[in-house]
Design a protein around this ligand. Structure first.
Ligand SMILES: NC(=O)c1ccc[n+]([C@@H]2O[C@H](COP(=O)([O-])OP(=O)(O)OC[C@H]3O[C@@H](n4cnc5c(N)ncnc54)[C@H](O)[C@@H]3O)[C@@H](O)[C@H]2O)c1
Length: 297
């Protein structure tokens, strides 16, 4: 590597990582894993999402070559380290990182199916933003090997990873996940399994209060974003919701709200629901609070 931005120190037990879901997060996590030297399998049911992901990763790596952060032969090697597949039988690894849709049953079904194909020592990490890790773990045959590994968007850039443990997660699993996280150049923070963990519990207010301002006609989207950015936040709440994807943001809001006993202050916004129903999910559909067809917002 041209500099030490990418950490090559692999955690000894984990050499192969399978990332499930090639969407916003899965694609970025797979790039990060491959950049960090892991043999990487990226699994999705959708051929279209796999193709989109391969194109995006290739473009990102080319941008790093252009910025002289990477040599072109390294970019080729990183891309070659990733197997893009629609076949679940290819998904055997030391560590599985699940990043499919934010639905508990879908995650449980996938992990159960993968557990049959994998070794009993395989670790199943979920990138869920809000679903109880315990709920997922107790539905599997080996709850000690289920853990939360909550990356932020985009995973290649954002430093923090919440490593979420339950009372059943084995300490060796936590240690190994911390080792991988550090080998990826990230900063792991161990969290207890609680609704929204730490970041998403606090961040709900960032989105919901911004949404209330526009619902009540007190400010518009541009003004809120501009004010918050000028106040020092890296991204305004509406730009951030568009980056995350409103389907995910709305699911997370509902899950945290329900899990905490439906407190009034965390009530999901009708604007979130309307955006999901209109398929205005943000960057991933080309329109959210902003239009992405011709802009660089
Ligand atoms: N978007 C964010 O900013 C963000 C940040 C942190 C965590 N997360 C979490 O990461 C997970 C993924 O979110 P996302 O934004 O990447 O979603 P996304 O909608 O962009 O991508 C989900 C992908 O999963 C695929 N998929 C669905 N079911 C599948 C299955 N059974 N097997 C394999 N692939 C399947 C879909 O085809 C799609 O490509 C969610 O749990 C979310 O809460 C999202």
């Amino acid at each position: 590597m041209t500099d030490n931005y990418f950490c090559k120190q692999l955690s000894s037990m984990v050499q192969t990582i399978c990332v499930c879901g090639a969407g916003t997060m899965g694609s970025s996590i797979a790039q990060l894993a491959a950049q960090s030297g892991y043999k990487t399998i990226l699994f999705d049911l959708s051929e279209e999402m796999l193709t989109k992901s391969k194109t995006a990763i290739s473009k990102n790596l080319q941008a790093l070559v252009y910025k002289q952060r990477l040599k072109s032969e390294e970019a080729v090697a990183i891309l070659n380290r990733i197997i893009f597949t629609r076949h679940i039988k290819d998904c055997t690894a030391h560590l599985v990182i699940e990043a499919i849709l934010e639905k508990a049953q879908a995650k449980i079904d996938l992990i159960k199916e993968l557990a049959v194909l994998n070794s009993p020592e395989t670790i199943f990490a979920t990138n869920t933003s809000s679903i109880s890790i315990q709920k997922i773990a107790e539905a599997t045959s080996k709850p000690s090997h289920v853990v939360g590994m909550h990356f932020f968007n985009p995973a290649t850039i954002m430093k923090l990873v919440e490593v979420v443990k339950t009372f059943q997660t084995s300490s060796s699993v936590v240690d190994q996940v911390i080792g991988v996280t550090k080998a990826m150049g990230k900063t792991p923070v161990i969290c207890n399994d609680a609704p929204g963990f730490i970041v998403n519990r606090i961040a709900r207010h960032y989105y919901l209060e911004a949404l209330k301002l526009i619902e009540q006609g007190l400010a518009d989207v541009d003004t809120v974003d501009e004010v918050l950015q000028t106040a020092g936040f890296k991204m305004g709440p509406f730009k951030l919701m568009d980056l995350i994807g409103m389907d995910i943001n709305y699911s997370v809001t509902n899950i945290v709200w329900e899990a905490l006993g439906r407190p009034e202050r965390l009530t999901p916004s009708p604007v979130q629901k309307a955006k999901v129903e209109a398929n205005e999910l943000g960057r991933k559909t080309g329109k959210g609070f902003y239009n992405y067809s011709n802009t660089n917002k």
